[in-house]
Design a binder for this molecule. Structure first.
Ligand SMILES: [Zn+2]
Length: 133
């Protein structure tokens, strides 16, 4: 029994370590493949939505709360791969992006009105989440 528990603990910490590495690789991957990725040339924070214009001519649209709910940071979805869902009840209905900034050459970071700013949205994720205009 004791040995079993020790194994559980060992597997748990190995999983935790590999998950952290995965997150880093995901970010680095976005960074390394930047040349093949489209980049935003213009980001507009409008009252009703966020609009991104991309360098390949595409325009994508996001409802503020929808984008906020798709935050994949550790605070929102936890460190565990099995739990990749945000707790929607903690995000206010009228949440909106106050400000944004570029993170390297691969992502955007938003400052949300619920004072959440740890979320990094890779260009890849933003292309996936957007409604094409
Ligand atoms: Zn978050």
């Amino acid at each position: 029994m004791y040995e079993y528990l020790q194994n559980v603990i060992r597997v748990r910490s190995a999983l935790e370590a590999s998950w952290n590495i995965l997150q880093i690789l995901e970010l680095l991957g976005g960074h390394m493949s930047q040349n093949s990725l489209s980049r935003p040339i213009n980001v507009q924070l409008l009252p009703e939505s966020i609009i991104i214009k991309w360098d390949d001519g595409l325009i994508t649209n996001y409802e503020h709360r929808y984008l906020r709910l798709n935050c994949r940071c550790a605070v929102c979805v936890g460190e565990w791969p099995s739990r990749r869902e945000i707790d929607q009840s903690v995000v206010p209905d009228g949440v909106y992006a106050l400000e944004y900034t570029h993170v390297g050459q691969y992502a955007l970071q938003f400052l949300w009105s619920d004072v959440h700013y740890t979320g990094i949205y890779t260009y890849e994720l933003l292309r996936k989440l957007g409604t094409y205009v």
